[in-house]
Design a protein around this ligand. Structure first.
Ligand code: ATP
Ligand code: MG
Length: 138
């Protein structure tokens, strides 16, 4: 069944000019881009997005990084979108990511790993609503 997920092309990938190449991998894999925009997050906005990680030792670094430059948040749709995007992204640490995954191709470290993807239906719903209004999701 068709499902929506949420993704972000992170600041490292945008800075390197990899946005177009990453979008090509995503559309080649069969995802439809429902919504996309370019924005820069404040630290408070980045903290709100990653609130589930607030207690983790790397939280400060993560927030600093996500607020370090423009990002492309987007909503993607296909059958089994949440799990399939996670597979296409590869492991959090690009050194452990499989060949052909976006993180293997475009990420440089566990902190600067090119792309975000929702990990479950409830987090996808929260994340889509954090970045997009209903009228942007037709
Ligand atoms: P994301 O949520 O961004 O899609 P993920 O689900 O693969 O990534 P999470 O465990 O949710 O991984 O961690 C969120 C983000 O925090 C990671 O993408 C990474 O940028 C950062 N992160 C995770 N673990 C570490 C770590 N050990 N050191 C530094 N940064 C980390
Ligand atoms: Mg995650």
């Amino acid at each position: 069944m068709s499902q929506r997920t949420f993704s972000i092309i992170k600041p490292d990938a945008v800075r390197k000019g990899d946005t177009g190449a990453i979008l090509a991998e995503i559309t080649k894999a069969g995802f439809k881009i429902v919504a996309i925009k370019k924005i820069s997050l404040s630290k408070a906005q980045a903290e709100g997005f990653y609130h589930v990680h607030a207690a983790r030792p790397f939280f400060g670094e993560l927030v600093e990084f996500m607020a370090s430059g423009p990002i492309f948040p987007m909503v993607l749709e296909k059958d089994n979108a949440i799990a399939d995007l996670r597979k296409l992204m590869g492991a959090t640490d690009p050194a452990k990511a499989d060949e052909g995954t976006i993180r293997k191709m475009f990420a440089s470290s566990i902190g600067e790993n090119a792309i975000h993807g929702s990990d479950a239906e409830d987090t996808a719903a929260f994340e889509i609503g954090y970045f997009f209004a209903g009228l942007e999701l037709k």
